[in-house]
Ligand binder design. Structure first.
Ligand SMILES: [Zn+2]
Length: 130
C-alpha cells in the first residue's frame, strides 16, 4: 500500500490530504522522522519504512502570529506551536481550538491532538487541545 511511496515532502502531504500522519522510521536505529528524510538523521541508514503516528502529543512552546503569509491572512491572529508527539519527534503547526486573545490559557505540556485542514487547496496539519 503506502510503503512504496518515496520518502519526500510530497508523499508526506499526500498522506496529510488523506488525513493520515506518517513519519518514517529507521529500521536500524529506530529513529522516527517527521517530515520524512531520504536517509536517517541519526545513523545515516537508508533502510526506512513509513510508520503511522498516533497524532497525540504535548505542547512544547507556541507563539501568536499577527503578520500572516498571504494564504493565511484571514486567519490572523493565530497560534503556531511546536508539539512533541508521543513517539518522540516534534512538529511545528498551527494551533486551533484555543483563544489566541487569551494566550494565558495555553499551557506548556497540555495534551494536543492532530487535525487536518485545507487552506486554498493545500493540505495542512493543525493541532488542537485533546
Ligand atoms: Zn538510523
Amino acid at each position: 500500500m503506502s510503503q512504496d511511496r518515496p520518502f519526500t515532502a510530497k508523499s508526506f502531504y499526500d498522506f496529510v490530504r488523506e488525513k493520515v500522519l506518517m513519519g518514517c522510521i529507521c529500521q536500524d536505529c529506530k529513529t522516527i522522522m517527521v517530515p520524512p528524510r531520504m536517509s536517517c538523521i541519526e545513523c545515516g541508514g537508508e533502510r526506512l519504512r513509513w510508520s503511522e503516528l498516533s497524532g497525540k502529543g504535548s505542547l512544547e512552546t507556541f507563539t501568536i502570529v499577527h503578520v500572516a503569509p498571504a494564504f493565511l491572512k484571514d486567519k490572523a491572529p493565530y497560534a503556531v506551536g511546536i508539539v512533541r508527539l508521543e513517539e518522540g519527534p516534534m512538529i511545528t503547526a498551527r494551533l486551533v481550538g484555543l483563544d489566541v486573545l487569551k494566550p494565558e490559557t495555553f499551557k506548556i505540556g497540555m495534551p494536543m491532538v492532530v487535525g487536518y485542514a485545507d487552506e486554498g487547496g493545500r493540505p495542512l496539519l493543525v493541532f488542537r487541545p485533546a
